[in-house]
Design a protein. Structure first.
Length: 523
């Protein structure tokens, strides 16, 4: 009787407080596991920023347990998880409605990177899915097994492999050594059907050395799939390779420089009618090497419906070429924000008339045989009569690629000679040269950044904003990978250029000491 009374009470309670029934066509949802509320593991592992991707922003906006219990509003600083979520949330909730007058301030989607920190930032031309594990891609088992030593995809791999597998034309920009080429290889191996006896993918590389590097990565991942690649090298004739090997009559993948691939196509060694995709690895370097017309010539043999994917490191200045080669591409940019996280930074407040003399004094202040000088224009520096202890090299936008490479090579050779205690020769005779400088215009520096120049940097002309200055430093990371050399900024006295220094100190939490220039020396 006691049990019957309890049952009646239970039924009465349910009749007064009915719970919604699960739809017939949908499975009953499992009970929520409150112990799993908190920081998602994938977010915790990567520290992702998704300011430009609404899909990630929406994901971060799911309120946490503390918000539900304590009434915190998503995106507000009161949220206990605000610190790890704030980069994904972007602008704080309700900021536009509550403070329109502050609309010109730096938003959190553009918030500068603190001093001595690094983070990954994404930019997309349209929302895409960012994969956080290779298992989300449904890769062939052999590929997935080869990636066992890569437990998680790198940032650029999270963003571009899936769109490639979905057949999208793609432009992907990411820093050096960020996994771009590996991402392309993974996608290529997944796309190629080894059972078809046809060429299915072409890969353009800027140099034979790049082809060899591509082959090295491919060999680590691509073996055991039955896919037959051919790596075209201009230094080898076809007869010197295994191209005609009886067990490799079918070639699914061709990799090489544009001239090599074009030669094979013209001689009908590559059948193009079943080609699925074309990949331009390091497109910025391809354009710099002057092979645009050869690539366009190859395109004449390719169906307009063929998928085209390009990767690059520095921003592409050749917009017209991109339009001609890649129709309606998805654009993905993954940047490793470094802030001002390398070297030591100084500024000197100096009249314009003393800049040249301060430039000379910087050699002693920096204790170096050589410096790189970034400027808006080389005219002023060229007008100065440099005495015999200096050798000055100039790079500007009017120079072609060969002139650029030769100038950088001569500069680095001179640096090495002076460091070893040797003499720089001219017309077969030793000179008294003991200091060398490479003067580069801003435009030339951004279009073809020199690589591996381990010397201090002098900013002869400072940028008009802290943000643009930090972007310039991002380019300098390519020129000086070790990132352990000093940087001096010349601030013109009597102007508002000092505001850039103050903004760097305020927004980037940087401490930039001031050097005093008096009597021809720094103190």
């Amino acid at each position: 009787m006691k049990d019957f009374g309890a049952l009646c009470a239970r039924l009465s309670n349910l009749s007064q407080n009915p719970k919604p029934e699960a739809p017939i066509d949908e499975p009953t949802p499992s009970a929520e596991d409150y112990t799993n509320w908190g920081v998602p593991e994938d977010i915790r592992a990567y520290g992702l920023t998704g300011n430009k991707n609404p899909l990630l922003t929406e994901r971060a906006a799911v309120t946490c347990r503390d918000c539900l219990l304590k009434g915190h509003k998503a995106g507000s600083p009161d949220c206990p998880q605000h610190e790890w979520r704030k980069e994904l949330w972007g602008e704080e909730a309700g900021a536009e409605a509550t403070d329109i007058s502050n609309s010109n301030r730096i938003s959190s989607t553009e918030r500068p990177i603190p001093f001595n920190t690094q983070r990954v930032g994404y930019e997309f031309s349209e929302p895409i899915k960012v994969i956080l594990d290779f298992d989300e891609l449904g890769l062939k088992p052999t590929i997935r097994q080869k990636l066992r030593f890569h437990p998680k995809p790198m940032a650029i791999q999270q963003c571009i492999i899936l769109p490639i597998l979905q057949g999208r034309n793609l432009l992907a920009q990411a820093p050096l050594n960020s996994g771009k080429t590996t991402a392309l290889i993974i996608a290529i191996l997944q796309l190629i059907d080894a059972g078809l006896p046809d060429a299915q993918a072409l890969v353009f590389t800027p140099t034979e050395q790049a082809t060899i590097a591509f082959q090295g990565i491919y060999d680590k991942i691509g073996s055991g799939l039955g896919i037959q690649p051919y790596f075209c090298k201009s230094s080898q004739q076809l007869g010197q390779t295994d191209f005609f090997s009886s067990d490799k009559k079918t070639r699914h993948l061709f990799v090489g420089t544009p001239d090599c691939l074009l030669s094979l196509i013209r001689r009908n060694f590559i059948k193009m009618h079943k080609l699925k995709a074309v990949f331009l690895d390091d497109m910025d370097k391809l354009m710099d090497s002057g092979v645009e017309q050869q690539i366009i010539e190859v395109y004449r043999f390719i169906s307009p419906l063929t998928q085209v994917v390009a990767s690059f490191t520095t921003p592409l200045a050749t917009a017209n070429t991109v339009t001609r080669l890649i129709a309606d591409p998805l654009r993905v940019t993954v940047g490793l924000g470094r802030g001002m996280s390398f070297g030591r930074h100084f500024f000197v407040n100096i009249p314009a008339s003393q800049k040249i003399s301060a430039l000379k004094a910087s050699f002693s202040a920096l204790r170096t045989f050589g410096i790189v000088v970034l400027c808006n224009d080389t005219t002023e520096i060229k007008k100065h009569a440099w005495d015999g202890e200096y050798r000055i090299y100039y790079l500007d936008e009017s120079m072609d690629l060969n002139q650029h490479l030769n100038t950088v090579r001569e500069f680095t050779t001179s640096i090495a000679t002076l460091r070893s205690g040797g003499y720089i020769y001219s017309s077969g005779y030793p000179t008294s040269i003991s200091k060398v400088a490479l003067i580069i215009t801003e435009e030339a520096f951004l279009s073809t950044t020199p690589v591996n120049i381990p010397v201090p940097l002098v900013n002869y002309n400072i940028h008009n904003s802290a943000e643009n200055y930090v972007k310039r430093l991002g380019q300098w990371c390519i020129a000086d990978p070790a990132q352990n050399h000093s940087v001096i900024m010349f601030v013109e006295a009597g102007t508002d250029e000092i505001k850039v220094i103050r903004d760097l100190e305020q927004y980037y939490e940087a401490q930039i000491p001031e050097l005093l220039y008096e009597g021809g020396s720094f103190s």
